[in-house]
Design a protein around this ligand. Structure first.
Ligand SMILES: Cc1ncc(COP(=O)(O)O)c(C=O)c1O
Length: 404
């Protein structure tokens, strides 16, 4: 089918919830092709999902092998891939704990809200403080948790139990904690609002605040996790010694195959009616569930993605390629006064312009480079961790031309 034919299908049969552009039919590595055969360098990476690029042989192999063995068996039974992936993620967190499996970032965050509610339940606490500018997904609680008015508009009234505080402002967070507060949730690097890293002082200060006030410190690593910042978790690139209580993950872990995960701490002890328990054990049978969460297929792919990231040293590569791109973008900032700021952590890079980025993103696409807006004035580079120096330089050359 041609692009026009595919677009006509969407116009007729798909709900218009996205501002879509191209029709992509095929991908290989950092490249993809549209329905009319045009080639693109994909630096949007499926919104920070395709960390191994398109059609990586390790993912294709894992999909084929596991699909031929066992795709789904329900969570009424144990399965080896889910157990092994949970073990791997606990090791990567570097803190004793356990995982729960679901299918997306928003769903993982829903699990965190429930964890916070269960944690605070016996003391009458349920409120989660989140950050202004944050993004936590599009479920009803997700938009209530998200610190951006635009996602809530038209869907009021919001579910109760979320308040927003200014990002990177510890005094404001401290002042906002109230008698109903049970947890603080934040992205170590805010993604959707323009690639904004938390400071080390903020993360460590929140830890202290949560300890003082008996709150959970919960991190949304859906976008900034998965090795993109140079370490497996974004927080580890900012404050490696931080010990969060719970983490949500999704996006890159499946390399394009849907998966969502919650990790929660075994170090954090919680007083319950049945005595003291580790936080990771407070959601007991019947309290939380997902039909598709952690299928053997999803977890086999997750294991293959993480094994490839480790074997190919892709976290160190991401950090190195990120530095190269940022060097190039900062050089462009010296030439083009429209670039206000370049913000980054590893291969999570945002370029803020003094104007809306829509036209620049469209110009880059016409020239063969896919980028993604993050907010109205920032474009985002979230390429596969596998990109070469040549691909990084090619992207920089296209961006330079688009800014002229
Ligand atoms: C930080 C963060 N949390 C949650 C989500 C929601 O993830 P999903 O779209 O998989 O539900 C996103 C998606 O962009 C995100 O960036």
């Amino acid at each position: 089918m041609t692009t026009n034919e595919i677009v006509a299908l969407f116009n007729r049969y798909v709900m218009p919830t996205y501002g879509r552009s191209l029709a992509i039919v095929r991908g290989k590595g950092a490249k993809c092709w549209d329905a009319d055969g045009k080639e693109y360098l994909d630096f949007g990476g499926g919104v920070a999902v395709n960390i191994l690029g398109h059609s990586h042989p390790a993912i294709v192999r894992a999909l084929k092998q596991q699909a031929a063995t066992l795709i789904h068996c329900s969570n009424l039974y144990h399965s080896e891939p889910q157990g092994l992936l949970a073990k791997k993620l606990v090791e990567l967190a570097g803190i004793e704990g356990k995982c729960f499996f679901c299918n997306s970032g928003a769903e993982a965050n829903e699990g965190l809200y429930k964890l916070a509610r269960k944690f605070g339940h016996d003391t009458g606490r349920y409120e989660v403080l989140t950050m202004e500018g944050s993004f936590h997904g599009r479920t009803l609680a997700g938009i209530a948790a998200t610190g951006q008015e635009k996602v809530k508009k038209g869907f009021e009234p919001m579910p109760d139990g979320f308040r927003h505080v200014p990002f990177n402002d510890l005094d404001a967070a401290r002042a906002a904690v109230g008698p109903k507060t049970s947890a603080i949730l934040l992205e170590p690097v805010q993604g959707e609002s323009g690639i904004k890293p938390a400071t080390r002082e903020f993360l460590m200060g929140l830890r202290q605040l949560c300890d003082e006030k008996n709150l959970l410190l919960m991190l949304d690593e859906v976008q900034c996790g998965n090795g993109r910042t140079g370490r497996f978790f974004g927080f580890q690139s900012i404050a490696p010694e931080l010990k969060p209580d719970a983490i949500s993950m999704a996006k890159g872990i499946g390399g394009g195959f849907p998966i969502g995960i919650i990790w929660s701490s075994g170090l954090r002890k919680v007083a319950t009616a049945d005595g003291e328990k580790p936080l990771c054990d407070i959601l007991s049978p019947g309290m939380h569930a997902s039909t598709f969460g952690g299928t053997p297929l999803a977890c086999a792919v997750g294991l293959a993605v993480i094994a490839t990231v480790e074997q190919k040293n892709l976290m160190a590569k991401a950090a190195a390629r990120g530095k190269r791109l940022v060097r190039g973008l900062k050089a462009l900032q010296k030439i083009f006064s429209c670039i206000k700021e370049v913000r980054s952590l590893g291969l999570m890079i945002g370029v803020e312009l003094d104007r809306e980025v829509k036209d620049t993103v469209a110009k880059c696409a016409t020239a063969g480079l896919l980028l993604i807006p993050a907010g109205t004035h920032t474009f985002r580079l979230a390429p596969p961790l596998t990109i070469s120096n040549a691909e990084a330089d090619q992207a920089l050359a296209i961006i330079e031309k688009a800014l002229v």
